[in-house]
Write a protein that binds this ligand. Structure first.
Ligand SMILES: Nc1ncnc2c1ncn2[C@@H]1O[C@H](COP(=O)(O)OP(=O)(O)OP(=O)(O)O)[C@@H](O)[C@H]1O
Ligand SMILES: [Mg+2]
Length: 234
């Protein structure tokens, strides 16, 4: 579904990603793990068109997307649920959700998609008229995910959805990610909760200092000495 080949990304003169290559197949959950500052968010922003790579190519469903504007990439079926939620804080829950449908392909179906999102997150339906900034942390995360679904994505790229949430809500986030996959959505997931992530994902890539250090199926990575020491504290 997605193929990232030899991507290098800079901020000005400073190179943050070196020669990144990986693929995601249809229906898969691929986890991207790595320490703070490894370049995970930079990689997601490069895929969603917020940043342009200096070299390399990104192909989605057979089409080159590197160099396209972010809205064109959403239109093709990639939804980016950003780190820190980035909600429209003075807009209501429902207005935030509608903003997620602001592309041609999704706009005409927005009512039907909204119903689905409300089924998925009944809490958002109860609070449809409430301002986003007055939601609790967990509710804001649900809203960010719901808004991401409003564009009817084929691939969701999700940056640290459990950040700042209480343990019970972290469990809920992982449940939601599993159910998204059951609905046929492919997922690229960044998470600091490495053990749980490796339990829900099919494969994982480990990013270290802007380079892809390891890639494999989660079962193997959970057994790897390097992953156990560096990311699981064992
Ligand atoms: N806008 C920017 N300008 C300059 N440098 C940046 C910018 N954004 C990120 N960086 C640098 O790029 C590197 C990678 O940052 P990035 O946010 O991609 O890391 P990350 O793996 O997502 O980390 P975290 O787990 O803390 O979210 C860091 O050294 C960071 O300081
Ligand atoms: Mg980040």
């Amino acid at each position: 579904m997605l193929e990232v080949s030899n991507i290098s990304t800079f901020y000005g003169q400073i190179q943050v990603l070196w020669d990144i290559c990986f693929k995601i197949s249809d229906g898969e959950i691929l986890a991207l793990i790595g320490a703070n500052g490894a370049g995970k968010t930079t990689l997601l922003n490069t895929i969603s068109g917020v940043l342009r790579p200096n070299s390399g190519t990104i192909t989605f469903l057979g089409q080159r997307i590197d160099g396209l504007a972010p809205h064109a990439i959403v239109e093709l079926g990639i939804s980016h649920i950003p780190e820190g939620r980035k909600l429209f804080s003075d807009m209501s829950v429902q207005e935030n959700l509608e903003m997620g449908a602001y592309i041609d392909r999704a706009w005409k179906h927005r009512r039907e998609t909204l119903e689905k999102v409300f089924e998925f997150f009944p809490r958002l339906k109860e609070r449809a008229g409430q301002l986003a900034r007055t939601l609790s942390g967990g509710e804001q995360q649900m809203l960010a995910m719901g808004r991401g679904l409003m564009s009817r994505p084929k691939l969701c790229i999700i940056d640290e959805p459990s950040n700042g949430l209480a343990p019970k809500l972290v469990q809920e986030v992982f449940q939601i990610i599993k159910s998204l996959r059951e609905q046929g959505i492919t997922i690229l997931l960044i998470e600091q909760n490495v053990r749980q992530t490796l339990e829900v994902a099919d494969r994982a890539c480990v990013l270290e200092n802007g380079r892809m250090a390891l890639e494999g199926c989660c079962e193997d990575l959970l057994k790897s000495d390097h992953v156990r020491k560096a990311y699981l504290g064992l």
